[in-house]
Structures are given as structure tokens and as C-alpha cells.
Design a binder for this molecule. Structure first.
Ligand code: AMP
Ligand code: MG
Length: 495
């Protein structure tokens, strides 16, 4: 039997500086078994999914076998966690197997998560229960299908070992793929130690890998900061436009490449409320839905702080330069947000009236506890001449009488604006307002079934969420908000 697993590793991070990581092999598990392989993503990375789905391939995905060319490391970082400085963190339960080049010519990290202890485990077991692995697989792939920059899931395997949390739980390992895993906290780690050589090497690596255009700027490191600010402003606007709450926006959970990372206590809102909090460990609502843009800005100020000596040798000048960039965040974010929200109500161009209509709608949705996703998805159905059809999304919820006046004003404004006709608007709206999102109650049901050995609901949910904009009445169960008894008020880190 041929036991070769061909992955064309091309590792660059270990060349940047020895200070950035520790070499660390995964710790073998007792009985690896395949849960799922993401065939499309494997093919994109020039990895043969059929090869992964062999005993040798599954051993690679479990960390029991090291594929040729893989040079496993755990990376080091620091972070502000819930506003508190933590100078020493790192991959405590994740191991970077190496980097590969995707079909688009870009570089990707291939990382195991839940693969055993590392020098950064701080007494933790380096493992992950099955539930959080399935949650991350489901949500990251759903985010991808929704068009949100995100880390992705290449595979999930069960370990055959028990992971001890409040109770014994089946263990699992996720294979995560990211444009890179370099965090704001990675910069913070070296800046806090005044190791400017490492900060410079890291910054040069990030520029080459993520933002090569900034090299032509007058001040490339300032332009790097500006590029990360742009990417984060767009990312957070996209979260807001979908009702996504990350839950733990610590500076180690913000990637400088602009992808969403670490799907722990995250959630898509059901009922709309600007103050919605999900995470059970977020006691003060620091990471509430409505706070996400301000938190992103705060986190970016720590990236700026970490880059100061690279930006200018005179500290005052450097501070003035980064302040100007940071001050631009609010406007950049607002532009992205308004653009995305106006599109959600069928307006291809932002206007004052459009923004007003969005604000009024959100206020009405909050007052009447409307489901965020269904309300926006159903809106297009109200453009049908005779009102929503019986098999439409709009029929999945009832519209409070108080929304009628808004609806009329909106329709009137659309008709005035539109050069393209209502049918075209309706079609455009259906490309930006998803029907299917990874609702927490669905994820919980999947995890419960999986914990008792049934993975069919997991596979069904992943398949359904791969096409979030295509409503089918046969799959309405995946579109509906939770019944009161299904509601998940809090999500847990599951670490
Ligand atoms: P997270 O909340 O997942 O972003 O994790 C915060 C930090 O704790 C990271 O440095 C993780 O690597 C580490 N960590 C989380 N869970 C574990 C675990 N079970 N064992 C070791 N380290 C962990
Ligand atoms: Mg993290």
C-alpha cells in the first residue's frame, strides 16, 4: 500500500525569524476516524481528497503521521484578552503543519487544531472536544459561502480519546486553513519585548504575503497599517450586515490578513438587537454586536502601537502618523456598512434616504423582535406585485402592522430610484440577503447528535449552508428561527 500523502508544502514562516515559533510535533491520538473532508478546498490546495481519505491520510489529519515536507511548529503571540494584557500566549492547542500555495497563487497555512500540547499550552491539554470542532467547521464554511473573509475547514477527524471538560467528551481535531495565522497579538508579543528586529521581519513577511502593494508607498509600514485598517473595516461591516457576533474579539483573535478567525462563542443573531451578547464569558457585553466596530478600532490601535518605531524614528511624528490612520477607521467602516446595508434593501447606491430607511427598519425590527435574517431575506418578496407568494421566505414570519408604513415608504422610494425595474432589484436583493445561516440551535442539535454517534445531521447542515441564498421550501426547517424551547441564549468557548 502506498502511504505517501502528497502535500506540496512550501514553508515560509519558519524562515522569517527563529523567535516566532517553537518546533513542535503533534501528539498522536489513539483511534483517528474521519468525520469530513472538504473536497473542494482540498482540490483548491492541490491536495488529493481521495488520498486524505485513506488510513494514512487520516493519520496525517489526526497528527499521528507527519507528511513529507511538513515542518510542524507552534507560533507565539501575546494579546489583550477582554481588555487585559497577557504578554505570553501562543498556539496552545494548534500546530502549523506548513504552508501550501492555492490555485489562486496565494499562500495558505495548514494547521491542526486540537493536536496536543505545545510550549504555549499553559497547563491546558492541547485538545478539543468534538462539539467545538464541528461548530468551527460549520460556521467557517458557512461564512465562506456567505462571502465573508474567513479561515476555512479542510477536514475534521475524531480522535478516539476522551477530552475532559466539565464532563468527558469525545475528542476531535480540525484542519484549519488560513491566508495566515498572524494576529495583532503576534506583533504585540515582540513589540512588548522591544524586539524590533522580529517586528520588522514579521511586518516584511506580512507585506509580502498579504499587502505587496504597500511596498510602493512612501512609508510602507504606515501603508501596512492603513491596509489592515481597510481590511478590518470591511470585515466588520460584513459581520454587521449579516448579524454575526464574533464573541471573543481579543487581539489574538484578529488576523492582520483580514480573515475571521476562532469560531468559539460566536453566533448569528436571531431576533435583532444592537446590544445582543452571546458569549457566556463576556459578562460586561464588551463584545456585543453593536460594539464590534469600536472594538476592532481599539484592537487596531494596538497594532499601530506595535509598529511605531518602524513608522518613524521620532516617536511623536510616528504617533501623529498612526493617529491619522486610526482616525480614518470610523469613516471607512461607515462607508462599507452603509453600502452593504443599502444593498440589503435593494439600493445599489448609498443615499441619505437609503440610510434613513435602514435605520428606521432596524429600529422597528428591534422594537418588534424581528428575526434579522428572515426579515431581510423576506423583504424582496414584498416587491411581488400581488405580495409574497405562498412558498416565499416572507411567509416564514408574520409582519407586524407597524411595519406597513415603512414598507410602503420603502417601495415608493425604490420605484422612484430604480432605473432597472423591481424584478432586477428583487434578484439583486436575493444575492445579498441569505436565507440560511448557521443558527445556534441548529448547531447545538448537530453537536448533540454527533456526541451520541450520529453525524448525519452535521453533514446535512454543512451541505445546506453551502448555498445560503437559494431558498427551497423543502428546507424551511433550516431557515426558521428557534422555537422558544430551542433557543440557545449563550454559547461557550468549549476550550
Ligand atoms: P482561544 O480562546 O481559543 O482564542 O484561546 C486562547 C488561548 O488559549 C490560545 O493561546 C489557545 O491556544 C489557548 N488554549 C485554548 N484552549 C486550550 C487547550 N485546551 N489547551 C491548551 N491551550 C489552549
Ligand atoms: Mg484564539
Amino acid at each position: 500500500m502506498d502511504l505517501t500523502i502528497n502535500i506540496s508544502f512550501d514553508n515560509s514562516y519558519i524562515q522569517v525569524a527563529d523567535t516566532l515559533f517553537s518546533r513542535q510535533l503533534p501528539t498522536a491520538v489513539s483511534q483517528p476516524d474521519l468525520i469530513r473532508i472538504n473536497d473542494a478546498l482540498a482540490n483548491f490546495l492541490s491536495i488529493d481528497p481521495a488520498q486524505l481519505n485513506t488510513p494514512a491520510g487520516i493519520e496525517v489529519l489526526a497528527g499521528n503521521r507527519i507528511a513529507e515536507g511538513s515542518e510542524p511548529i507552534a507560533t507565539v503571540y501575546a494579546a489583550h484578552q477582554f481588555g487585559q494584557w497577557n504578554p505570553q500566549l501562543g498556539d496552545g492547542r494548534a500546530i502549523l503543519l506548513g504552508e501550501v500555495i492555492g490555485a489562486n497563487g496565494l499562500r495558505y497555512d495548514v494547521q491542526l487544531k486540537g493536536s496536543g500540547p505545545t510550549p504555549y499550552s499553559r497547563g491546558g491539554d492541547g485538545r478539543s472536544p468534538l462539539g467545538p470542532v464541528l461548530r468551527e467547521y460549520i460556521v467557517s464554511e458557512a461564512m465562506y459561502a456567505l462571502g465573508v473573509p474567513t479561515t476555512r475547514s479542510l477536514a475534521a477527524v475524531s480522535s478516539g480519546d476522551t477530552v475532559i471538560r466539565e464532563q468527558g467528551l469525545p475528542g476531535a481535531i480540525l484542519t484549519r486553513v488560513a491566508r495566515s495565522h498572524i494576529r495583532i497579538g503576534t506583533f504585540q508579543f515582540f513589540a512588548a519585548r522591544e524586539d524590533w528586529d522580529s517586528v520588522t521581519r514579521l511586518a516584511d513577511h506580512v507585506i509580502a504575503r498579504h499587502y505587496p502593494d504597500v511596498l510602493s508607498a512612501e512609508n510602507p509600514y504606515l501603508a501596512l497599517l492603513s491596509a489592515v485598517i481597510q481590511a478590518q473595516a470591511e470585515l466588520i461591516a460584513r459581520w454587521q450586515s449579516l448579524g454575526f457576533i464574533h464573541g471573543v474579539m481579543n487581539t489574538d483573535n484578529m488576523l492582520v490578513g483580514g480573515e475571521t478567525v476562532d469560531y468559539g462563542p460566536c453566533a448569528f443573531m436571531d431576533e435583532y438587537h444592537a446590544g445582543r451578547v452571546y458569549s457566556s464569558i463576556d459578562h460586561n457585553g464588551r463584545y456585543a454586536y453593536g460594539n464590534q466596530p469600536a472594538i476592532a478600532h481599539w484592537n487596531l490601535s494596538w497594532l499601530a502601537q506595535s509598529l511605531l518605531p518602524l513608522i518613524h524614528s521620532d516617536e511623536e511624528t510616528a504617533v501623529a502618523l498612526v493617529r491619522a490612520e486610526l482616525d480614518a477607521f470610523a469613516d471607512i467602516y461607515q462607508q462599507y456598512y452603509e453600502c452593504m446595508m443599502c444593498q440589503k434593501i435593494g439600493l445599489p447606491v448609498v443615499s441619505e434616504k437609503g440610510n434613513e430607511l435602514v435605520s428606521e427598519l432596524l429600529a422597528l425590527m428591534q422594537a418588534h423582535k424581528m428575526d434579522f435574517t428572515l426579515m431581510f431575506a423576506g423583504l424582496a418578496d414584498y416587491l411581488d406585485k400581488s405580495g409574497p407568494a405562498p412558498d416565499s421566505v416572507a411567509n416564514l414570519f408574520s409582519l407586524p402592522a407597524e411595519l406597513q408604513a415603512w414598507l410602503q415608504e420603502w417601495q415608493y422610494y425604490l420605484q422612484q430610484q430604480s432605473g432597472v425595474g423591481l424584478i432586477a432589484i428583487q434578484q439583486q436583493m436575493r444575492t445579498v440577503n441569505p436565507v440560511y445561516i448557521p443558527r445556534n440551535h441548529l448547531i447545538e442539535e448537530v453537536i448533540q447528535a454527533a456526541n451520541s454517534g450520529d453525524l448525519v445531521p452535521f453533514h446535512r447542515l454543512v451541505d445546506r449552508l453551502a448555498h445560503p441564498f437559494d431558498y427551497s421550501i423543502d428546507d424551511q426547517i433550516y431557515a426558521l428561527p428557534p422555537r422558544p424551547e430551542q433557543e440557545v441564549a449563550r454559547t461557550f468557548c468549549g476550550t
